[in-house]
Every structure is written in structure tokens, then in C-alpha cells.
Design a protein. Structure first.
Length: 757
């Protein structure tokens, strides 16, 4: 049904276009403006006094439409909340109202607790009011929890919309769980009124969080000091100046000296928070002079150089943000011991946003007014999650060293297990904002806009060709991005890097098949409008399954409650002991291995996603000296299988592969199968679970066929790679365990075991 036109708005637009037409000199622009006027004229003709039933009614309609138009102009209507609420349902209004009340309650509580430190009357009020407020808050939180439990899909839809609203209001802050927790922790540390230190790497949002907390928990915007080596005391405290004194009307008075207060002096005088941004950029001698202020309290007077005496007003507080001195930040200053000691019990490190929350922020940034996103489902479920994961790996390499798993994947681990790191290059939420804003603009201005996956690769290439970054940084970042499946549509030459930069297994496998790259672009080009509820149903990070596993764990007996839920990865020593130990027992109990073979089995675990294995190469890789190696799928190793419903275990015959080699099927499942994104690939961990708990295995595994678990492979004593295999022995009511080579044929009795996401 078409929307009723607002003729007042049409007339306003027509006047504006006519005005522009008079001013425009370009003939092409003039033609476009003329066509626009003609369109508006057609719409305007639909309105007439006669159709409206007379002059009075026509004026009433125009008056009403004018009010509606002005209302949409003055209100912040970046989202059509009425449309969104209609789609999400009543829970949207419930959660929206509750969220606002809880935030207001939190802000009031923090402000009152701060006041109570120095105001006896506020303390008395707090004793009476806060217990009542906390009871009401607890009751509201329980109501919200109940509503979310009853309708998790629409609750998540509300969260995504609320993140978009946060970004619009606050600029760089969306109240995702980690951010909300950090802001509340800052608020708790502000209660004492003592100086606070917020260290963290660049781009984490330290300053944004400090400013947000200061304004919300004090009711006043913070004073700011932007520190650098050239900052002087006068920039912080203030200075004296001159101005004409007030004289009689029309007459210029004599020159008088005045105090020009700096941000620190103003904060003391007015009882406000002052934030020292990048504090460690100050010279040490500048830092030390703060020592005398740290222990000052409300009512104390402080001599301000050139400004006389300032009395510290209630509410004054100092917050310091900084990058700490390190190999990466050698120009920064270490905190003097007497300053560091002041922050010992009042500091909070601010980190980067986790990948799953970064993904949610990406969805929020891409939202249209109705809460929908126009993008291919492939990009929503594959490209964006890959980008979020790659960004997290880059951040890990920037904050310290590359993760062990990524170093192995990119084949960048140095001698002696040395892990490389990034010196200057890092991707942050600022990177995401710039890329997605540029994507929106490109879609509006470029009729031949590329697919999103191509656009993203080209925007990442801009960073990787920025010569301000060291070449070693650009190479390592390119390898990390490629290992996560990005940069497949650009060449090393376009990145200004050597031709062999992607010459490692994980990248080669994704890039060498030109048809696969073409298919990637085609999938990315299949854009469609994805509604807010459809967005909320996406789960590329398996959060719903993780939540279900946690909930199920709550119903287990105390002694059976899992200590690891879906997605958590046990430490290496635990993996070696449990899964490596299972291989040892298999060689001893089922395969009659010698003591020497048993001793060597399961000694060399490696975390490796089956999507990263070059299956053809593995089939021909025979090396008896490497006996004891086995791989573990990081996506499934942390699962507590007792929490997974049996119906989630799926069995596939893949009949078209009969007579082909097992490695060919493995390659198909991990790189070409259209449904591969719908399943996880279990490995040794599930093999061990069903062997030890045959009664918990689904009936689909008890049909006498051979059930392979391609999530892991292990080397036999002859050096060949084997796939774990389970065969049900009905007469004994147990599974027989085995392992078969990748080079053997796929037969009519063979099955693949997968876990539905």
C-alpha cells in the first residue's frame, strides 16, 4: 500500500529545487533538477481544494502535514522506530522502556554514591532511597530476564537496534556487553573520587568511555587535557591575561589583568571531572607535579601558578588514559613510581571489542531506517564474521605477539617458536566505521558498485599499501587477513607486496581455485533486504548454541556440571592428556601396539581447523618420524557433548563420492559443499565421547556403517594420516574404534558425522 503523500513537504522540496536550478551552471545538473521538478509537479497536481472538499479542509490538511513535517525534522528520526516496533512486537517497547529506566537508575545511583563521599546530607538520603531503588532495579531486571527468556529472537533484534541508536547518540560507543561492563566498572571506580588510570592500546575507546562515564555519572561534561610532549603547565592550570576594564557606557576602560583558568583549575573550581588523554605522552617532570594533587580533598585550596588560589569543589576528580611504554610505544614515558603507586588500586585496562560483539556493531552500522540491512546472506554469515575474526587476530598481534594458532596457520612462526607482532598497523572500530560508511556512500553514488567482498578487500588494500606502516607490518597483516579468507579478490601486486606473500597452505587453498573466487564474488553480489528479525536469527559465532549448552549444563548433577561450554578451548596440556591419552589407549587396547608405539601415540597435538587442511597434500604426506601428530578442530574441541541434543548429530552418505578417494570428499566438504556453513565437523573429542558413552550416542550412529569424523586426523605408526572411525558392534553394545587412510576409496558403507549448528 502506497504511503499518503505529504503535500506540504512536496511544495517545500519543489521550492528548494527551483532555487537550486536558478543557481546551477552545469547543464547536466540542470537537466536532473528539471526532471525532478516535473516529478514533483505531477505529485502536486494530486492535491486540489476541490478534492479536499473546500478551502477550509484544504488548509486543515496542509496545517496538519506541516506539523508532521516539522516533527520529523526536529525529532531524531534516524530510525523508523514505529515500523521496527511493529515488526519486532510488544517486547520492543518493554525492553526499550526497561533499558532506559535501568540506565537512568544506574546513573542516579553512581551520582548519589559519589556525592555521599563528601556530602553528609547525600549519605543520609542514600540510606533511605538507594535500598528502595535497588529493590525496584532488581525487580525490573528480573522482568527483563523473563521477557528475554520467553522470546530470545526478538530480544536480540531489540539489542541490534539499540546498538545502532547508541552509535547515533554517542558517536563511537555501542553498549555491547563488554562495553557496558567496562563503563560500569569505571563508574564504580569513580565513586571514591580518587584519581583513576585507564591504560590500553590505541583504538580501544579509552577516552570515549571516560567521557561517557564522566557525563553520565556526574551530570556534567568532563574537562579535557590532550597531553603531548609540548604540553605546558599553563595549558593545564591556566595563565593570566589582559582585557579592557569595564568603563562607562561608550567609553573604553583601562587595561586590567585577568585569570584565564585552564581545564584542571576549572575542574577544581567547578567540581567536575578532568580527563588527561594520553597521559604518558607528558615528560616525567610534568607527571610528577600531579603528586601533590592526588591526596587533595574537597575544601582544600591549591595554589595555581599565575591564578592565585583555587578551592577544590565537591565532584572534582582526575581520570588518566594512556598507552603504556613498551617496545611498540618507546616514545611514551614510564609512570614514575610515586605516580604508579597512586593508581595501584584504581586502574582498569580497556581492551578491544570481542569478535562476536564487533560483528553486532557491524550489523548496527549497516542498518537502514527500518532496521533491515541490504547485503547478501553470504556476506552476513561469512564475510563479516571473517572480518571480525581477522580484526581480532590483527589486534592480538598488535597488542603483543601473533597468536600461536595464527602463526602456525600463516607459517610465520620464527625459530625457537618466536611469534611476530605488529608495530604500528592495527584495525579498530574506527576502521570498521570508515569502511562501512564508505560502502554506504559507494552504493549511493556508484551504479556499478562492486560486490561487498570485493569492496572490503579494496578498502583493506588501502591500509596495506599505506607506506607509513612498516613493510613487515603490512606483510604480516596481509597474511593474517588471507588466513581468515579475506583478500581473495586482490593480488599481491595490488597490495605492493612480494608475489609469494600468500604462499602458505591456508591462503593457497582459498586462492588457487579461480572458479571458487568467482563463486565468492557471485555469492556476495546476491544482495537482498534482510529484515531485523532475520538479522537477529543469524548466529555465525554460535552464541545461541553456547547459551543452550550453558542452560543445559544447569540441569546436570553438580558432579557432572561441565567446566567448559561450547566454544571454550582447553589448555594444550589438557588436550594432550585427554585426547592424546585416548589415542594411547586406542593403540594399547584396540590396536595391540607395542610399548614403543603406545608411548609415541598422541604426543604431538596441533590445533587445526579442517577447513585449513590441504587434504590432497595430506593424503600424500607419509613420514613415520612424525608419528604421534594429531589435529584438533578448535570449533569443536571445547564442546561438552552431554549438553548437545542427539538430533543435532547428522550423518551423511555422500553417495556421489563412492569410488573416489577419501581426501577428495574431505576437500569437498570443507571447501565446496554448499551446506558446509550449516555444520561443525567433530573430530577426536566426539570419537572419544561416544566410545566412552555409547548410551549417549544417537541411533543414527548405530546402524553398522562406518562413521568417519573428519574434524581430526592422526598419523599412524607408518606415518600416514588417518581419519578417526567409529563402528557400532550391536552384539557388544559398544563402538569399535579405528582409523583409515585418506588415500582409500569412499564406499557404500561409509558415512560422515557432522554437528548441526
Amino acid at each position: 500500500m502506497s504511503e499518503t503523500p505529504n503535500f506540504y513537504k512536496i511544495s517545500k522540496e519543489r521550492r528548494e529545487v527551483r532555487k537550486r536550478l536558478k543557481e546551477e551552471k552545469s547543464s547536466l545538473v540542470a537537466e536532473a533538477l528539471v526532471e525532478t521538478i516535473e516529478e514533483l509537479n505531477v505529485q502536486a497536481k494530486e492535491f486540489s481544494i476541490a478534492k479536499e472538499g473546500g478551502l477550509t479542509k484544504a488548509k486543515e490538511r496542509i496545517g496538519k502535514e506541516r506539523s508532521e513535517y516539522e516533527e520529523t525534522k526536529t525529532e531524531e528520526r534516524w530510525l523508523d522506530e514505529k515500523s521496527i516496533e511493529s515488526e519486532i512486537g510488544d517486547i520492543y517497547g518493554i525492553l526499550s522502556d526497561s533499558r532506559e529506566k535501568l540506565f537512568q537508575t544506574r546513573d542516579f545511583e553512581m551520582r548519589q554514591l559519589r556525592k555521599g563521599i563528601f556530602d553528609p546530607e547525600a549519605r543520609d538520603l542514600n540510606k533511605r532511597v538507594l535500598p528502595k531503588l535497588l529493590d525496584k532495579k532488581a525487580s525490573l531486571e528480573q522482568s527483563v530476564a523473563d521477557a528475554r527468556e520467553q522470546d530470545p529472537l526478538r530480544s536480540r533484534a531489540f539489542d541490534l537496534v539499540s546498538y545502532e541508536k547508541d552509535l547515533h547518540r554517542e558517536g563511537h560507543i555501542a553498549a555491547v556487553p563488554s562495553t557496558e561492563k567496562e563503563i560500569e566498572e569505571i563508574g564504580k571506580r569513580m565513586i571514591s573520587g580518587k584519581p583513576m588510570f585507564l591504560p590500553g592500546p590505541t583504538g580501544t575507546g579509552k577516552t570515549s568511555r571516560a567521557r561517557f562515564a564522566a557525563e553520565h555519572f556526574t551530570g556534567q561534561k568532563a574537562e579535557m587535557v590532550y597531553c603531548n610532549p609540548q604540553t605546558r603547565e599553563s595549558n593545564i592550570w591556566g595563565k593570566t591575561g589582559i582585557r579592557p576594564a569595564e568603563g562607562e557606557a561608550g567609553q573604553r576602560g583601562a587595561i586590567e589583568t585577568v585569570d584565564i583558568y585552564g581545564p584542571l583549575a576549572r575542574a577544581m573550581r567547578d567540581g567536575k571531572v578532568v580527563i588527561f588523554d594520553e597521559f604518558t605522552a607528558l615528560p616525567k617532570e610534568q607527571m610528577v607535579f600531579f603528586k601533590g594533587i592526588f591526596n587533595a580533598k574537597v575544601g582544600d585550596t591549591v595554589n595555581v601558578m599565575g591564578n592565585g588560589v583555587v578551592e577544590i569543589a565537591p565532584g572534582f576528580q582526575m581520570i588518566f588514559t594512556a598507552n603504556l611504554k613498551s617496545e611498540k610505544n618507546p616514545e611514551r614515558q614510564e609512570l614514575p613510581p610515586e605516580i604508579a603507586r597512586e593508581f595501584e588500586q584504581n586502574n582498569l585496562e580497556v581492551g578491544y571489542t570481542p569478535p562476536d560483539e564487533a560483528y553486532d556493531i557491524m550489523l548496527a552500522r549497516l542498518m537502514d531506517k527500518d532496521g533491515s540491512v541490504t547485503l547478501s546472506r553470504f556476506d552476513l554469515t561469512d564475510t563479516l564474521p571473517r572480518f571480525a575474526k581477522a580484526m581480532a587476530e590483527v589486534q592480538t598481534a598488535f597488542t603483543d605477539k601473533e597468536s600461536d594458532a595464527t602463526a602456525r596457520l600463516t607459517q610465520t612462526m620464527g625459530t625457537g617458536g618466536r611469534l611476530p607482532g605488529l608495530k604500528k598497523l592495527v584495525f579498530t572500530q574506527g576502521t570498521v566505521e570508515n569502511i562501512l560508511d564508505a560502502w554506504k556512500i559507494d552504493k549511493q553514488t556508484n551504479p556499478k558498485s562492486p560486490s561487498f567482498v570485493e569492496f572490503l578487500d579494496r578498502r583493506l588494500a588501502i591500509a596495506l599499501t599505506f607506506k607509513e606502516y612498516p613493510e613487515s607490518d603490512r606483510i604480516l597483516a596481509a597474511k593474517i587477513l588471507a588466513s581468515q579468507g579475506l583478500l581473495r579478490t586482490v593480488t599481491p601486486k595490488e597490495l605492493g607486496l612480494s608475489a609469494d606473500v600468500f604462499n602458505f597452505d591456508a591462503a593457497n587453498r582459498l586462492r588457487q581455485d579461480k572458479n571458487a573466487v568467482e563463486e565468492l564474488v557471485n555469492k556476495s553480489s546476491e544482495e537482498e533486504r534482510v529484515s531485523i528479525l532475520e538479522l537477529a536469527d543469524l548466529d555465525p559465532f554460535n552464541k545461541k548454541q553456547e547459551a543452550a549448552a550453558s542452560a543445559a549444563a544447569g540441569f546436570l548433577p553438580p558432579d557432572a556440571k561441565p567446566d567448559v561450554v561450547f566454544g571454550a578451548i582447553p589448555p594444550p596440556e589438557t588436550i594432550k592428556e585427554n585426547l592424546g591419552g585416548f589415542l594411547k589407549r586406542s593403540y594399547k587396547e584396540s590396536w595391540s601396539g607395542s610399548d614403543q608405539i603406545v608411548a609415541g601415540a598422541g604426543e604431538k597435538p596441533e590445533m587445526k581447523n579442517p577447513l585449513e587442511i590441504d587434504w590432497q597434500t595430506a593424503a600424500g604426506d607419509i613420514d613415520a618420524s612424525k608419528f604421534g601428530e594429531f589435529t584438533i578442530n578448535p570449533d569443536t574441541v571445547g564442546i561438552k557433548w552431554e549438553t548437545i541434543p542427539p538430533e543435532k548429530i547428522k550423518v551423511f552418505a555422500f553417495e556421489d563420492f563412492r569410488g573416489k578417494k577419501r581426501w577428495e570428499l574431505a576437500k569437498y566438504i570443507t571447501t565446496q559443499w554448499p551446506d558446509r556453513d550449516k555444520y561443525h565437523i567433530p573430530g577426536i573429542e566426539y570419537w572419544k565421547y561416544i566410545f566412552e558413552n555409547p548410551d549417549k550416542a544417537p541411533d543414527s550412529l548405530k546402524d553398522g556403517n562406518w562413521h568417519f569424523l573428519f574434524g581430526s586426523v592422526f598419523r599412524g605408526s607408518n606415518g600416514r594420516w588417518n581419519v578417526p572411525l567409529a563402528i557400532w558392534v550391536g552384539s557388544a553394545s559398544k563402538f569399535e574404534r579405528s582409523g583409515h587412510w585418506l588415500t582409500l576409496d569412499w564406499t557404500s558403507d561409509d558415512r560422515v558425522v557432522l554437528l548441526e549448528k
